[in-house]
Design a protein. Structure first.
Length: 203
């Protein structure tokens, strides 16, 4: 007998805890805060049920539409900034590639010259000149690799932003289509009810 009472108390405590956690999760949802998915979840959970359909307030749909459009505009702006940054970095990388090619050409010519080389009017040994030139090449290559690394990272961000934008657009289009279908069904049902009432009054 005591076991049954203990089990009942434990079941009641477990049920109370589950209900409290569910209410806490629902209270975190908002139409003005959080990501778009949370806002969709808010609209879905807070909408009234009508048969197998959800009745959504127009002001919620308007707010949700505005939030989705704002998110899309933000992604578009970020994508535009990334594209501009990519173009700038590509130009800098091209310049560095040209500089490296020019330096390599100079080094090839210097190998065929005499030991003494005039550098800005000063004669220096070929070994010192090679050391100086290779130092410049390594510095430029390091800068080149740095810009290539940044370019690849920026390109990755561009691809991710484009994918995110496409996913959001698809989600929004699917939600808008379903919302229109629900609204049309509700209107048809409402019109059917009005027609039934008119027929009933006519009789």
């Amino acid at each position: 007998m005591k076991r049954i009472q203990i089990l009942r108390v434990l079941a009641l405590l477990l049920f109370t805890t589950v209900i409290a956690n569910a209410q806490e999760d629902d209270s975190k949802l908002s139409l003005t805060e959080g990501n778009v998915n949370d806002q969709f979840e808010f609209v879905y959970q807070k909408s009234n049920n009508y048969q197998n359909y959800k009745v959504v307030k127009k002001v919620w749909l308007t707010t949700l539409k505005k939030n989705v459009i704002d998110s899309l505009n933000t992604f578009k702006n970020e994508l535009g900034n990334v594209k501009k940054s990519n173009a700038t970095q590509k130009g800098e990388i091209d310049k560095l590639n040209n500089n490296v090619a020019s330096l390599n050409s100079q080094l090839t010519q210097l190998k065929e010259e005499k030991d003494s080389i005039s550098f800005f009017g000063v004669l220096i040994s070929k070994q010192n000149y090679k050391t100086l030139m290779w130092g410049l090449v390594f510095v430029l290559l390091a800068v080149l690799f740095l810009f290539i690394y940044k370019f690849k990272n920026a390109n990755k961000v561009t691809v991710e932003s484009r994918d995110n934008l496409r996913d959001i657009e698809e989600e929004y289009e699917e939600y808008r289509r379903k919302s229109l279908e629900r609204e049309q069904k509700v209107r048809r049902q409402l019109q059917d009810e009005i027609n039934k009432q008119k027929l009933a009054k006519a009789k």
